[in-house]
Design a protein around this ligand. Structure first.
Ligand code: ADP
Length: 228
């Protein structure tokens, strides 16, 4: 669940990245966040995970008041969400198995639980046979799926993906999207920031479009429009 009420974010250099945004994303929804480069998509994601603090307004994520939470509460917020970053952020010196297991270790999961869950998730993303590989030995699409596995291993209520199909070929992109749909079907709320026109048009999900930090469109079964 996401709720933003009159949220504004002005960076220290004066850039108004988010300009009075209000929106609600209900549990179980699948939402695309689109808009040109510089329109505020990444800032919005950073606000939701409290990497950036809002200048004004209220933000609630999974029932937590993100805008006014103490620093000590941030880890609890992050446990309720999985994030797939554009640059994957996989640990290069750990195997694929250990990358995913590590996400469970840091939230204090039992060893037995980790042993059971990691192979299940790796299989789900089609990387069961690559568990002993290091990130450097994986293709871009495989690294994307590995990042996805790590993001969902703790069964988050909310999954956020920033450009999950950027730089991937159409077939691999399609596979990633099918995976996201499967994860969504399991009840996880999904927010995907993307430039991928084909993907947005094919999926017919809710589309929220940003321009200069404002919401200029919010369609329940949206398409990517390129109007002048
Ligand atoms: P998008 O993800 O849609 O490309 P961003 O959220 O990265 O958009 O950027 C929105 C605006 O905020 C842009 O004008 C950008 O230059 C500015 N911006 C983003 N991050 C910072 C930052 N750390 N410091 C200052 N300005 C920033």
């Amino acid at each position: 669940m996401i709720e933003m009420n009159n949220v504004t974010k002005v960076y220290n250099n004066g850039a108004m990245a988010i300009d009075n945004i209000s929106l609600k994303v209900h549990p179980g929804e699948f939402v695309f966040l689109i808009g040109p480069s510089g329109s505020g998509k990444s800032t919005m994601i950073k606000i939701l995970m409290r990497e950036e603090k809002v200048t004004n307004g209220d933000v609630f994520v999974n029932g937590r008041d993100v805008s006014s939470m103490f620093r000590s509460e941030i880890p609890y917020l992050r446990r309720s969400m999985g994030v797939v970053f554009q640059d994957f952020r996989l640990l290069e010196k750990k195997t694929l198995y250990d990358n995913v297991a590590f996400a469970m270790e840091i939230i204090g999961a039992y060893k037995r639980e980790i042993k059971k869950r990691v192979p299940v998730v790796l299989k789900m993303v089609g990387l069961g046979d690559k568990k002993d590989c290091y990130p450097g030995q994986l293709s871009g699409g495989e690294q994307q799926r590995a990042a996805l596995a790590r993001a969902i291993v703790n069964k988050p209520q909310l999954l956020i993906a920033d450009e999950p199909t950027g730089n991937l070929d159409p077939e691999t992109s399609s596979h990633i999207m099918t995976l996201l749909e499967e994860i969504n079907a399991g009840g996880t709320t999904i927010l995907v920031a993307t430039h991928d026109i084909n993907m947005v048009n094919k999926m017919e999900k809710r589309v929220i479009e940003l321009s200069c930090g404002r919401i200029v469109r919010d369609d329940m079964r949206g398409h990517y429009r390129n109007e002048a």
